[in-house]
Design a protein around this ligand. Structure first.
Ligand SMILES: NC(=O)c1ccc[n+]([C@@H]2O[C@H](COP(=O)([O-])OP(=O)(O)OC[C@H]3O[C@@H](n4cnc5c(N)ncnc54)[C@H](O)[C@@H]3O)[C@@H](O)[C@H]2O)c1
Length: 438
């Protein structure tokens, strides 16, 4: 099986399947098709499937014209019908791995997609989970589902592995194509063939590890590393504020050390589908071993408290203007979880909005990337259509909650009564008389 698959990869005879056509799956499907592998995308959302088949792009990191061309050329198509799994030789699973209401892993999407694949899996197929998840998911959860669904044995009739997706939406340098990839499979033959497949598609280095659990753990380590360092800087930031020191100046100074220090920045909290969620997958799994991930949990306590901390700071600013937060008009700039993208999942800005409303503030927002939002927690709002001097001037406080670049911050500073910049995006504005930074 190994040699036949390696030959098929070399001859570009592999047909690829990508399950889940979201922020991760669609760019991956496009790269595979661009590399000359016919690709079928699978999704449960009819509208995404229709959009792909009509050549319409809906993900920021995908080039519209490339998607359109690949669809026209017959290299890329999409379907909700999982029976087409029997036509593919390589399957990447890129479905969501959120948390449930108790902040525990919601693995239902991974399970459902594995069950759907298992029904139609044919012999000599490679299956790779790319969704971020707890160490053990591939071998403990996916493998038995695929084996019992298909009647095939992993390692002899199909290969199974885990390869974490590292896409960083909005990153102009590192995209799916040139980001190094880690692969861990259930057998060494599987690792060889799956790695060969990625090498045939991507420009980035492909690094093979001994088993799926190592690859699963390294992905959680990457994201937990960020979570913990952001927690550290948020804590230092709070202390600096008490001491009357600028944390931003401290970071700039620390950054001059050419080794042993990497800059992280404070902010209103963590956002997105990865950094705030993934450590919970680890802490949940750790409990199975009677292990408490105390450092990580402490970091999450700090980060999770940032929206409330920002509201407290906003309250102090308003207080200095003899204004109660209850009834104050607050204009928030930005609701997406990071700059220059439209993704607002787990956005800390939206949590800030919720906390502000809880204490009676009258909140509006402007975000050129997110004209409106509706999240899984039932919150929804619509952006102001434009940002004018009048709109800025009528707010008691303007809070910058996302560091978008396409906002006229000079105009904001000139017209605002008070500005609370939680991202230090206005660092270059000269007149700082009405600006307070987190
Ligand atoms: N977005 C990122 O920046 C990023 C980066 C690295 C890793 N990840 C990880 O990648 C995974 C996917 O994230 P995403 O941001 O692409 O999510 P997403 O919500 O954008 O896309 C997931 C897609 O899967 C589809 N789906 C759900 N259940 C399905 C099923 N049973 N069968 C087929 N399709 C199904 C959804 O309809 C959706 O289109 C997650 O585990 C995430 O943690 C995301």
């Amino acid at each position: 099986m190994k040699n036949r698959l390696l030959k098929k990869i070399k001859d570009h005879e592999i047909i690829c399947g990508v399950v889940g056509l979201g922020y991760v799956g669609l760019p991956l499907a496009v790269e595979k098709a661009k590399a000359g592998f016919r690709t079928i995308g699978f999704d449960v959302q009819e509208e995404k499937v229709r959009a792909v088949n009509e050549g319409h792009n809906y993900i920021g990191d995908v080039v519209d014209s490339e998607l359109e061309r690949l669809v026209k050329e017959g290299m890329l198509s999409a379907t909700t019908d999982f029976s087409f799994i029997k036509d593919v030789d390589f399957i990447a699973i890129c479905v969501p791995t959120p948390l449930d209401i108790h902040q525990e892993p919601d693995i239902s999407y991974v399970r459902a997609s594995a069950e759907a694949i298992g029904k139609y899996l044919k012999a000599e197929t490679m299956v790779v989970l790319e969704s971020t998840t707890y160490p053990g998911t591939t071998e403990e959860l996916i493998k038995p589902i695929l084996e019992s669904g298909s009647g095939l044995e992993c390692g002899t009739a199909f290969y199974l592995g885990f390869s974490p997706e590292r896409v960083d939406p909005g990153n102009l340098i590192y995209k799916t194509k040139n980001t190094p990839k880690v692969v861990g499979a259930c057998s060494s033959d599987g690792a060889e063939v799956i790695s060969a497949m990625y090498r045939a598609v991507l420009e980035g280095e492909v690094f093979t590890v001994s088993c799926p659990a190592v690859a699963e753990m390294e992905k959680i380590l990457e994201n937990t590393y960020r979570n913990v360092n952001i927690g550290l800087i948020n804590e230092i930031g709070r202390l600096c504020n008490e001491m009357g020191i600028s944390v931003w100046e401290v970071i700039d100074a620390a950054k001059t050390k050419p080794y042993g220090f990497q800059a992280f920045y404070p902010g209103p909290g963590l956002g997105g589908h990865c950094i705030p969620l993934d450590p919970y997958y680890l802490t949940w799994k750790a409990r199975e071993y009677g292990f408490h991930t105390t450092l990580i949990e402490n970091s999450m306590v700090i980060n999770d408290g940032q929206p409330e901390y920002c509201v407290e700071r906003a309250m102090h600013i308003l207080n200095r203007h003899r204004k109660a937060i209850n009834g104050a008009k607050i204009l928030m700039l930005g609701v997406s979880y990071k700059n220059d993208i439209d993704d607002y999942r787990e956005s800390p800005a939206i949590r800030v909005m919720r906390e502000l409303r809880k204490v009676g503030a009258d909140v509006e927002y402007y975000d050129p990337w997110v004209p409106k939002f509706k999240n899984m927690y039932g919150q929804s709002a619509e952006s102001l259509k434009e940002l004018t001097p009048e709109i800025v001037g009528r707010a008691d406080l303007v809070m910058v909650t996302t560091a978008h670049h396409n906002v006229d911050y000079e105009m904001v500073q000139k017209n605002a009564k008070a500005v609370f910049d939680t991202k230090n995006v206005m660092a270059d504005i000269r007149d700082r008389s009405n600006i307070e930074v987190l």
